[in-house]
Design a protein around this ligand. Structure first.
Ligand SMILES: Cc1cc2nc3c(=O)[nH]c(=O)nc-3n(C[C@H](O)[C@H](O)[C@H](O)COP(=O)(O)O)c2cc1C
Length: 231
């Protein structure tokens, strides 16, 4: 083999080695990114399957950063015409939590009478006092899209807020927190208590905190009993 050919062959060899290194480095980088991503966020299906309602919270303070992430998940929800009818009130003040508890207790007593449900008497709502954070989700009745003009009044703003709430529960779970979608309250009384704008309705109080004990697993009916196929 001529001298020049040997040089060329060696150069080609070196170039291939460099390419191999680059490829292996790129593989490593994407692997690291995937790992980091996995470290940050649970995949959505796991969060959906694992999330359960928590009614026992530790008093540990929850970082504002986590609360921001939860609200950020809420606002990513779909809404009619992207009108985003939601607002959030983050409550950590113990006096306000006590007042919410007192109001929910009144509402529970009313519900026991109205429904005749005996089991409701034994349902404790003391977690409202111990949950470190309550996020009130309010919906703007004027931001409902076309269904504003339909018979039955505006409803879609509630659907959009429900989507936001579910996103929030899922991200709370992915962050290792327990959560509860709570609605046992008189909307007008909570509206006054939290000084909510006249056009907005409190739709849910989301309790968030570290779970004090394992959250019970609730069962679901088989999808075959809940699904109809039109082919
Ligand atoms: C619209 C709505 C209102 C709810 N209101 C309450 C409530 O006031 N109190 C409560 O303890 N749970 C409430 N829940 C939670 C349900 O009881 C719970 O989601 C259901 O039993 C299924 O259990 P899981 O969340 O553990 O899967 C509510 C859930 C939804 C979607």
């Amino acid at each position: 083999m001529a001298k020049a050919d040997v040089g060329l062959e060696r150069m080609e060899q070196l170039a291939n080695e460099v390419l191999r290194d680059i490829n292996s480095y790129q593989d490593k980088c994407s692997w690291i990114q995937i790992k980091e991503h996995e470290g940050d966020f649970m995949d959505v299906y796991t969060a959906i399957k694992e999330r359960k309602s928590c009614r026992n919270f530790l008093p540990d303070v929850i970082d504002n950063e986590m609360i921001d992430k939860i609200i950020e998940a809420g606002v990513q929800a779909p809404s009619p015409l992207n009108i985003q009818p939601w607002d959030f009130i983050v409550i950590t003040n113990n006096e306000v939590k006590e007042k919410i508890h007192a109001e929910a207790q009144r509402c529970k007593e009313w519900a026991v009478k109205a429904s005749g449900w005996k089991w409701l008497e034994t349902y404790s709502i003391d977690f409202l006092k111990s949950t470190p954070v309550i996020i009130a989700v309010t919906g703007d009745t004027r931001k409902s899209g076309v269904d504003e003009f339909e018979e039955g009044g505006p409803l879609a703003y509630q659907h959009a807020c429900a989507a936001a709430i579910q996103n929030m529960l899922l991200v709370a779970h992915a962050l290792g927190l327990g959560s509860l979608w709570f609605t046992l309250f008189d909307k007008n009384l909570i509206k006054d208590l939290l000084e909510i704008d006249v056009n907005k309705t409190p739709l849910a109080l989301i309790c968030i905190g570290k779970a004090a004990k394992e959250v019970p697993k609730t069962a679901r009916k088989e999808i075959a009993k809940k699904t109809t196929y039109i082919s």
